[in-house]
Design a protein around this ligand. Structure first.
Ligand SMILES: *[C@@H]1O[C@H](CO)[C@@H](O)[C@H](O)[C@H]1NC(C)=O
Ligand SMILES: *[C@@H]1O[C@H](CO)[C@@H](O)[C@H](O)[C@H]1NC(C)=O
Length: 451
């Protein structure tokens, strides 16, 4: 997400929703979690001292589709960027398991989150190559908790933006150590010293042994995929060559250490110089033409396993009417799915989509409509065995996290209708995905009361 955590509270929404929320919680607290298929076998569910090594299979790619245990794998997913941060302190740790529990109850199966914090508060990387074991243990906990709740993770490895350090912090480190080539934030992509810093972090992370499960990250099936960077941009080289070289180099490096996991780039899907027609007809304007991104070229790199896009109609088409936004959402996904099939031969995940409650004329029904447009497009692709492998809401949280919420955030337990909409998508994707397996029976029985 490119808009930071602006801390726009949702107090007014909380007020309206609190009665409904109370009813919902009392159901939720009964401990009915029909979707938990549990990657691990905890001896005492809920206690923190009992994590077993995960026994699940890795999700794999075959052509333009994802598979798990021989069945097609479709994702209804979500973003909660804050999991590692909240897992550091005893006082906030409970939010992590609560989030996984709430999400698993809606049938959400994959969470995209940050596995980086470079030099910021509660930093994972304190200085180049120096890591805070306390924070690594928090990330271990996030991975172990995800596994326990039957949730897989997309872990993002760096930030284009300054939040949690980002490119800027790496460049600052290089300057402090007297090895930096340039003051430009984009030197992150080309400076040899900084590329080495990043590789040290990659190696440390990929070979990290989880202190709770005993499994190295590179061998852990709880992790669905690595993502090189959240929304990479390189405005100092609009040709795209600099970013492209970085993607090729880092993708090869990740695969040289970890060939088991899927890998993606993390960009928003803007078409670039190699797709002049798409650039003109599909991109939402031309303001990002000089960002150095190039969807087809970037994701055609052989070490990259699937394409990713983001969608923010309220930010990208600020003056558009609702029906224009709905149309854009459908077209944006459809065009990329088509290219994923025909040009790339790889799956496509919509790794962020969000609707702002600050948008002009916002009404809650708008969010439902736009979410529906995303869900329907994903479902239609899945139904015809296309490359559209799923979508991730930006962003979900649990109660009393106002300081972490932006204007796209939703606390699902406070929004029963949205909760139902998300769950319905999980259910119909699950029906398509594992018609016969044991997971399917569990999921489908949980879905029986719905629709
Ligand atoms: C690098 O990025 C930061 C944060 O966005 C910004 O404040 C700074 O001015 C940038 N530096 C350069 C040299 O552009
Ligand atoms: C993708 O890469 C392959 C080589 O790996 C190349 O033959 C093909 O033309 C590329 N496709 C596009 C659309 O760039």
């Amino acid at each position: 997400m490119a808009f930071g955590n602006s801390g726009l509270g949702l107090y007014h929404v909380l007020g309206v929703a609190s009665c409904v929320a109370l009813v919902y919680f009392s159901l939720g607290e009964m401990g009915i979690h029909p979707f938990s298929f549990s990657l691990s076998l905890p001896s005492v569910p809920g206690s923190s001292s009992s994590y077993a090594a995960p026994t699940a299979s890795f999700v794999e790619r075959r052509g333009a589709r994802l598979f798990l245990d021989g069945h097609p794998f479709y994702v209804n997913g979500w973003n909660s960027y804050w999991l590692m941060d909240q897992a550091v302190e005893m006082g906030t740790r409970h939010r992590v398991s609560r989030m996984f529990r709430d999400a698993a109850e809606m049938g959400l199966t994959v969470c995209r989150t940050w596995a980086f914090n470079d030099g910021a508060y509660n930093a994972l990387q304190l200085a180049p190559g120096h890591f805070d074991e306390r924070v690594f243990k928090a990330l271990d906990r996030v991975v172990a908790e995800a596994g326990r709740h039957g949730v897989r993770l997309i872990l993002s490895l760096a930030n284009n933006l300054e939040a949690f350090g980002g490119k800027t912090q790496y460049v600052r480190w290089a300057w402090e150590e007297g090895v930096g080539l340039s003051a430009s934030n984009d030197s992150f992509f080309f400076d040899p010293a900084i590329r080495d810093y990043f590789k040290v972090y990659l190696k440390t992370l990929l070979t990290r042994k989880n202190h709770l499960t005993g499994v190295e990250y590179r061998n852990d099936p709880t992790i669905l995929a690595w993502e090189l960077m959240n929304e990479p941009r390189c405005t100092t080289d609009p040709s795209g060559d600099t970013l492209q070289r970085w993607i090729e180099e880092m993708a090869a490096y990740v695969k040289s250490i970890d060939h088991k996991h899927l890998l993606t780039v993390g960009s928003e899907g803007f078409y670039g110089p190699t797709s002049p027609k798409r650039r003109k007809t599909v991109n939402p304007g031309d303001w990002h033409n000089d960002y150095g991104m190039d969807f087809i070229r970037n994701f055609n790199v052989s070490d990259i396993d699937f394409g990713s896009i983001h969608i923010y109609p309220d930010k990208w088409l600020q003056d558009a009417k609702l029906d224009e936004k709905v149309k854009f959402v459908t077209q944006w996904i459809t065009a990329h799915v088509e290219d994923a099939e025909k040009e790339l031969g790889k799956p496509l995940l919509t790794t962020e989509f969000g609707v702002s409650h600050m948008a002009k004329g916002f009404d809650h029904s708008h969010r439902d409509l736009l979410y529906r447009a995303v869900f329907d497009t994903v479902y239609e692709s899945a139904k015809r065995r296309g490359a559209g492998a799923g979508a991730f809401v930006w962003q979900l949280a649990v109660e009393r996290m106002e300081e972490y919420l932006d204007d796209f955030a939703v606390v699902p337990s406070e929004k029963p209708l949205l909760h139902r909409l998300i769950k319905a998508q999980s259910c119909r994707l699950a029906k398509l995905a594992h018609g016969k397996g044991g997971d399917a029976r569990r999921t489908l029985s949980a879905c029986a009361g719905l629709s």
